[in-house]
Design a protein around this ligand. Structure first.
Ligand SMILES: [Zn+2]
Length: 245
């Protein structure tokens, strides 16, 4: 079988060049590939932090766009697409720019929203819920969309943040290759840190296009994940929160 290998420079962790490699069917790498395929289809999460290379942000955005554009062009070539066609000519650059500047821009900590804290002047001690926050993310196993709604809540311990910031926190972590469980935890942890309160709840209801448009092709199911901490672990408070959704 035919396989494309990207060689990494171990010092800079950057791709060196594309090299085609002929692998026979019984090759260990092929078996490993099959195992990773199955793990991906089972949507297994390996860590709460997005797994990143140590030198992830040494390269400028422009340089990343240039390199991704080059490699995406190669993928199109391998698929047999004629890139001299006017409609396809700009695709590698468009995809690269979209990856770096839009749909994966949340990988870069520099793009994390600035959160300004305010005093809780009204002494509002009930839960504050921001519900139906629409987000678009991408599954890290297949790089196809996850489309969903996030419902988030916190109980102030003296500080509050602007409502739009809750929305921005959700969007920031959605703009990464993701698994839904990690997205849920990352949003919750960020809200906790932002409002300096342990009392946080997050519920996410999302459809995964890798489940609906390919693989099992189930277009009616959705995936629900939740996170409760602090007072939200109390059944009465949790159920009050859920009643509002
Ligand atoms: Zn997937």
């Amino acid at each position: 079988m035919f396989k494309i290998k990207i060689l990494m420079d171990h010092k800079t962790r950057r791709p060196l060049k594309l090299k085609s490699d002929i692998l026979d069917d019984q090759n260990i790498s092929f078996q490993a590939t099959q195992r990773y395929d199955m793990e991906g289809d089972d949507h297994i999460m390996t860590s709460i932090e997005t797994p990143m290379l140590p030198h992830a942000f040494e390269m400028s955005d422009d340089e990343k766009i240039n390199q991704i554009s080059h490699y995406f062009g190669q993928i199109m070539d391998i698929l047999g697409l004629d890139r001299s066609d006017d409609s396809l000519k700009g695709t590698p650059h468009r995809v690269a720019k979209m990856y770096v500047k839009e749909i994966f821009s949340g990988l870069n900590p520099a793009n994390k929203p600035d959160i300004k804290l305010f005093e809780n002047k009204y002494k509002y001690n009930e839960m504050l819920i921001e519900k139906n926050i629409t987000f678009y993310s991408n599954c890290e196993h297949h790089f196809v969309p996850i489309i969903g709604k996030a419902h988030v809540a916190y109980i102030s311990t003296g500080k509050v943040i602007g409502l739009s910031k809750l929305n921005r926190i959700v969007q920031h972590f959605a703009l990464r290759p993701q698994v839904q469980e990690r997205l849920t935890i990352q949003i919750a942890e960020e809200i906790k840190a932002a409002v300096q309160s342990e009392h946080v709840a997050v519920v996410i209801d999302a459809v995964h296009l890798c489940v609906s448009s390919r693989g099992i092709k189930d277009n009616s199911s959705s995936t629900i994940t939740s996170y409760y901490s602090g007072n939200f672990e109390d059944e009465a408070i949790k159920s009050r929160f859920l009643q509002h959704l």
